[in-house]
Design a binder for this molecule. Structure first.
Ligand code: GLP
Length: 266
């Protein structure tokens, strides 16, 4: 795991946006894995701004989102499809018919999960998967006890996650307790993954993910198995890490190496 510790949420968003730029420069028709939640909002703002400055284009890209609430259709304001349109897709040049979010309103949701897996495979697999992390260590909606080799499926949300996400729903509004989510096995097949986390509330999950044992109790710890996972966090989310200084040292060395490579004669 590459652990990048930055000053604050803004630096995290900018770092993430830069990685998207690099990915699309190397491969303009990249298949992007996208995420929802509060954390990626700043990243999507930065990406939108880079697009407006013509520094990034999604014209040839396609995307697959991690998850969706079961029972909400894409035009419901609390659905993740609606969120993605509002926060990103409506502001960039991506072809909307190339953006995929699990269908929370499918007549047969089990078949919809299988179709989603198939669509990812047919697109050639995900090149760069963006992730957030829940306070209980979930990625997508893979809650603690999820199989580390799970595929896209229906997942029951824990009370902790329902409570955490209640802030997005009005008091008298229906809040789903089920979701469709890419599995951990699905996520691990992405060629590169980038997990963003900011704020003290995420510090324990971050500690468990990076320094805890590989365990279904902390689904994000499965990223320890990925050979190209970058974890981008702010100082507050890093506070419980025992080896903080070591990660910073590695990053400094990485940057020196990158500089050396960039200076090589072509
Ligand atoms: C939801 C999403 C996750 C996200 C998590 C954390 O449960 N399904 O993909 O990572 O929330 O969200 P936030 O960034 O708002 O803390």
């Amino acid at each position: 795991m590459q652990v990048v510790i930055l000053k604050d949420a803004l630096e995290v968003a900018n770092y993430g946006a830069k990685l998207f730029c690099q990915q699309l420069q190397i491969k303009p028709n990249s298949v992007l894995g996208l995420a929802t939640g509060s954390t990626p909002v700043a990243l999507y703002k930065e990406i939108t701004s880079l697009y407006k400055q013509q520094k990034i284009s999604f014209a040839q890209a396609s995307s697959f989102n991690l998850d969706e609430y079961l029972g909400l259709s894409g035009d419901h304001p609390q659905s993740y499809r609606y969120f993605m349109n509002e926060q990103l897709f409506d502001h960039i040049d991506i072809n909307k018919s190339h953006t995929h979010v699990p269908n929370g309103n499918a007549i047969n949701p089990i078949a919809a999960c299988q179709d989603y897996e198939l669509a990812i495979r047919q697109a050639g697999g995900i090149d760069l998967q963006l992730l957030g992390i829940g306070r209980n260590g979930h990625i997508g909606f893979n809650e603690p006890s999820s199989s580390l080799s799970s595929r896209t499926r229906i997942k029951t949300l824990t009370q902790a996650t329902i409570d955490d996400n209640a802030r997005f729903f009005a008091d008298d509004e229906y809040q789903p307790e089920l979701s469709i989510t890419m599995g951990i096995g699905t996520i691990l097949e992405s060629r590169k993954v980038m997990l963003l986390a900011t704020g003290a509330a995420k510090a324990e999950a971050i500690k468990n993910m990076i320094e805890g044992p590989l365990s279904a109790s902390c689904p994000a710890s499965a990223l320890q198995l990925h050979n190209d996972a970058v974890i981008v966090i702010d100082e507050q989310a890093a506070t419980l890490l025992e080896h903080q200084q070591f990660y910073k040292q590695i990053e400094a060395q990485n940057q020196k190496l990158q500089q050396k490579l960039a200076d090589l004669p072509r």
